[in-house]
Write a protein that binds this ligand. Structure first.
Ligand code: ADP
Length: 430
């Protein structure tokens, strides 16, 4: 198959040969015409190469150079290809401009950084909200945002969760890093000051109200005990007992609300120390064995010496809440087994019971405040409805979460895991 370039060249050669043949026939100069033809043919090619070179080295290769034959076709194809490339480049440029324009309109600050944390680009809100400058492109983000929490988050490489940062003394930001496009990262900061302040008002209100209710309730409870001990008509026995039980319940709710407030306020967040979980579980076992006179079979499988970094008292309340729920929500004689062990992923705690179980639709809502699967049952068992909310918040502070698997009528397993980085082994064989 002849390409159009070769066809053009052949047409030119045949035309030129006819002319040369006519000239030689007329003049009879066959040899010199042939030699002249070869010289002119080579000369034409050399001249075309020179023009082609000049044309391709020029700034614009849009217009065709005045070439003939094969070279005309070659220059046409080159310029066609060039136009297609330019169109593609225009499209890419347009897309990137469109993306930049959209990122400018985002209400959040967006900063792109490379694998070494050098800033690649940033949007306008990043200059307003984070105090970055356009000139900061090319600088390391650590040199500009220096908060220790941020530096630790950036270094950790674990960006599944977001962090909260206070910048400019007063504004509060939720900062999240997302990996994208091989080794690049997007840092997205959203101003949550108003939301945070609203949540703070709610937290303060709950904490203050609970605190204010504590003393009157203690007084009430004291007088009720006094009345119970004083000589009284027998028909007052039941009302006094009910009132006394209700004040105990109200006190338990208030204590749980105060615990939740202090976890949320972060006042118990301060110190992370080595927590001797086996020791805590042994203590709980002794406490529960005394209480569980109802006849639950308790089974403890504890890996000795397996400690974690965390907050001892809050963690104790997690284990206690899960254990007491397993006992309260399973029938007498049921088996409750507690496991504390480690594997290559971290340390794991679980409590399994052979109790009532929970239908799947309730499971996602269990950690909501005052959420109860069965309100009456919860009241009978003396629950406050806040136990699992406390568990959730404490686990959040330990980068962990509650895992629940349950089947109605068969039983439930509540558990949580702690990352390997938190695990501390004190016994070699642990
Ligand atoms: P409560 O103080 O009412 O027990 P929690 O927050 O501890 O509140 O638990 C929330 C609800 O989850 C409980 O009311 C109960 O319905 C359900 N629940 C918790 N643990 C178990 C369990 N081991 N088996 C069955 N239901 C459970």
């Amino acid at each position: 198959m002849l390409t159009s370039g070769i066809k053009r060249e052949l047409t030119w050669v045949i035309g030129a040969l006819w002319l040369a043949f006519g000239f030689a026939w007329l003049t009879g100069w066959w040899y010199s015409t042939s030699a002249g033809f070869v010289v002119l043919y080579i000369g034409r090619h050399l001249w075309s190469v020179r023009r082609f070179e000049k044309w391709i080295q020029g700034t614009s290769i849009d217009a065709h150079p005045p070439l003939t034959g094969l070279w005309s076709e070659v220059s046409y194809q080159v310029s066609k290809k060039q136009r297609a490339l330019e169109k593609h480049a225009d499209l890419n440029f347009y897309k990137s401009e469109q993306f930049k324009a959209a990122s400018m309109l985002l209400p959040s600050a967006v900063v792109s950084i490379d694998q070494n944390h050098y800033i690649e680009w940033l949007n306008e809100p990043a200059t307003r909200m984070l105090g970055l400058l356009r000139q900061d492109v090319g600088r390391r983000i650590e040199a500009i945002i220096r908060q220790p929490d941020f530096l630790e988050y950036l270094k950790s490489g674990d960006y599944r969760r977001a962090i909260t940062l206070t910048l400019d003394q007063s504004r509060i930001f939720e900062v999240k890093i997302i990996n994208y496009f091989e080794n690049h990262r997007l840092l997205i900061a959203t101003d949550i000051t108003e939301l945070y302040q609203l949540a703070q008002i709610r937290r303060d209100f709950v904490a203050n109200a609970s605190h204010e209710l504590r003393t009157p309730l203690t007084v009430l409870h004291g007088y009720l005990e006094l009345l119970t001990d004083m000589p009284h008509e027998p028909q007052w026995d039941t009302p006094l007992e009910h009132m006394s039980n209700q004040t105990v319940r109200m006190r338990a709710i208030i204590e749980d609300l105060l615990t939740l407030s202090s976890i949320e306020a972060g006042s118990i967040n301060a110190k992370q120390e080595e927590v001797d979980v086996p020791k805590i579980l042994e203590q709980l076992k002794a406490e529960v064995e005394q209480l569980a006179s109802a006849g639950h079979r308790l089974k403890f499988e504890i890996t000795p010496g397996l400690m974690i970094k965390g907050m001892p008292e809050p963690l104790k309340s997690v284990f206690m809440n899960l254990l007491s729920n397993a006992i309260r929500y399973s029938p007498d004689g049921g088996e409750v087994s507690v496991r504390w062990y480690a594997d290559e992923e971290g340390a794991h705690f679980s409590v399994s019971d052979q109790g009532l179980g929970i239908s799947p639709e309730h499971i996602p809502r269990l950690t909501e405040r005052f959420y109860r699967v069965d309100k009456d049952r919860s009241r009978v068992t003396g629950g406050t409805g806040l136990g699992l909310a406390i568990v959730k918040h404490v686990l959040d502070k330990h980068d962990s979460h509650l895992e629940v698997s349950s089947m109605p009528g068969v039983g439930s397993t509540f558990g949580c895991s702690f990352a390997l980085s938190r695990v501390v082994h004190t016994q070699k064989d642990a």
